[in-house]
Write a protein that binds this ligand. Structure first.
Ligand code: ATP
Ligand code: MG
Length: 555
């Protein structure tokens, strides 16, 4: 497959078609999009889909994109989240034109609510939340009107002002739109526009004790910023008539339009900030950036690159039908990105010592090794070889089954970049466990020497013992398996006990200077990233990003 890395103009989707037609028809001079996260958690891979869509769309048509914090719910929001969101958007490779907080518009929103009251289109309701729920009706039954629906404009203006002034307790009153209690669309049955909440807000402090609801605030935020195409996920399709109602009756200068697309769902992945927060709060994971988390910060710490995430988002496309994306597709793109960039080196994750008995004691020779056979520009390095090396414990079997081509007594294998070795005998401890393997090597078989005398079926990797650098390897599996999706809030019952496996082994001596976030391909094991928390740790920690192969191919 071919992935377009530089420009997306060739990518087509229904939103892009709409934008093109709008521009052609002269409906606007330029398009303005926004990415509007609520700062109540860290961004996840689903948000990346929305970020790429909004920023790339505007980029391709020379428009603008705002980052706007949709912070209308004081109880759940925090500056920690604001900062992480900014960092993640930038890391993905995007720079916003305007940076806004919905809370900065609270005064203008309040004024627009007064306009609605004056037009007889909004009223203060003393009904409780439960009563309002009961009035709402069902899909088959119309709602019933609130007894407070007939209040005069004057009374509503007075009560709304007193709501703002803090004269009432939480839940005592709300402001509702006066639309149609028998509308077939339940969203239109006199939705709540404002609620009372005596809570401290991360941006406005204690200035406000009434807060606008999403359905009222969002269209106004878009309008105040001159957003032309307000793109959201499909759950908001039923809310679109209310979006249009607010725009029409609040008489905003700009007339943004809402468009919906299908959210990203991925196999073996929970994609909800609320659930991800639960994993953090209950310490199932080591924070929002745990490499098992589908957060942008978790993927970054695991070793994903912005390029890989952007290519993935481009490949999955934008549609109006919900679907489930195979997580292996994301893995495909990190392999593609690192294939030509990552140094290929050897690491032994679960070591056992091999002594090469016919190799001179005290001698070390330096062997030539390509840094990346698929990218000769990466050059070569010299790796040490001597009498003692480490190999993987499971590259040896004392009693192998048929077709086992690695090391076993009497068998010969190639050591990558080095020589053929033959297993002569094994040393065991008192429990019968093999502690050392004794081999002989054949000096004629040096890699690159053109030796053609005989062939061996297996090639294994190794690390020379006296120069080996101790390392910790962290291998990951999905944190939560797909059956959790069927189980709603009980998803914590489906935690995979093997989601993290920690191994202690060795890497080549050239790795002693590896820096946090450096990425490597370990021969036969896959791609690894130096954990940012390795800094100052006793051993370098390598997170496995992805193994080398999967059965999944993007067509
Ligand atoms: P969550 O349910 O995970 O909390 P959210 O939609 O409540 O997500 P917001 O902060 O409100 O999170 O989302 C910001 C933007 O990201 C919205 O425009 C939303 O539509 C989009 N978004 C959120 N999740 C996904 C997803 N899985 N796929 C695509 N877009 C998403
Ligand atoms: Mg939300």
């Amino acid at each position: 497959m071919k992935v377009e890395q530089t420009s997306n103009v060739n990518v087509s989707n229904f939103i892009r078609t709409i934008v093109m037609e709008d521009l052609k028809a002269g409906k606007m001079q330029e398009i303005v999009t926004r990415f509007p996260p609520e700062p109540n958690g860290y961004l996840h891979i689903g948000h990346a889909k929305s970020i790429c869509l909004n920023f790339e769309l505007a980029d391709d048509f020379k428009g603008r994109t705002n980052l706007r914090f949709d912070d209308t719910n004081p109880l759940k929001e925090d500056v920690e989240y604001v900062n992480s969101i900014k960092e993640d958007v930038r890391w993905l490779g995007f720079e916003w034109d305007g940076l806004f907080f919905a809370s900065d518009y609270f005064e203008e929103m309040y004024q627009k609510a007064i306009v609605l009251i004056q037009k007889g289109l909004a009223y203060v309701d003393d009904s409780s939340a439960e009563e309002i729920r009961q009035q709402r009706g069902t899909l088959t039954q119309p709602g019933t009107e609130s007894p407070y629906r007939g209040r005069s404009v004057e009374e509503n203006l007075d009560l709304f002002e007193r709501m703002r002034n803090g004269e009432f307790k939480d839940g005592e009153k709300v402001l509702r739109a006066k639309i149609d209690m028998s509308s077939p669309n339940i969203t239109m049955r006199d939705p709540v526009l404002y609620r009372i909440s005596h809570a401290h807000h991360h941006n406005t402090g204690d200035k406000w004790c009434i807060y606008p609801m999403y359905d009222y605030a969002h269209p106004l935020e878009d309008a105040f910023e001159g957003v032309t195409h307000s793109i959201c996920t499909l759950e908001f399709e039923d809310h679109r008539p209310l979006y249009d109602w607010v725009i029409e009756h609040c008489e905003t200068d700009a007339k943004p339009k809402q468009y919906e697309f299908a959210r990203l769902n991925m196999t073996n992945t929970v994609m909800s900030k609320r659930k991800l927060k639960q994993l953090v709060d209950e310490k199932v994971v080591d924070g929002w950036d745990d490499p098992r988390m589908p957060t942008i910060s978790g993927l970054r710490r695991k070793g994903y690159t912005p390029e890989a995430i952007r290519s993935f988002c481009r490949e999955i496309g934008v549609a109006r039908a919900n679907s489930l994306v195979d997580e292996r597709m994301l893995e495909h793109f990190i392999r593609e990105d690192l294939k030509l960039k990552a140094l290929r080196t050897m690491a032994v994750l679960d070591p056992i010592k091999v002594v090469i008995t016919n190799y001179p004691e005290g001698q070390v020779e330096w062997l030539d090794a390509e840094n990346n056979p698929e990218n000769p520009e990466m050059g070569n390095r010299q790796i040490p070889f001597s009498r003692e090396i480490y190999i993987e414990r499971d590259d040896f079997m004392e009693n192998p089954p048929a077709k086992y081509f690695r090391l076993f007594p009497g068998n010969e294998v190639r050591l990558k970049h080095a020589y053929f070795i033959k297993c002569e005998h094994v040393v065991k401890d008192e429990n019968g466990r093999v502690t050392e393997i004794h081999c002989t090597y054949d000096p004629e078989t040096k890699s690159g020497s053109g030796f053609t005398g005989r062939k061996v079926k297996g090639t294994i990797h190794w690390v020379e013992a006296s120069h080996a650098v101790p390392a910790e390897f962290r291998l990951y599996e999905p944190l939560i398996t797909d059956d959790a999706k069927e189980d709603g809030d009980n998803f914590l019952a489906h935690i995979n006990p093997n989601s993290l496996q920690v191994l202690e082994g060795f890497v080549e001596q050239n790795m002693k200077d590896a820096k946090p976030m450096d990425k490597f391909q370990f021969f036969r094991h896959g791609y690894f990233n130096v954990d940012p928390k390795s800094e100052g740790a006793e051993k370098i920690i390598y997170n496995r990003i992805v193994s080398l192969k999967s059965s999944f191919e993007v067509k």
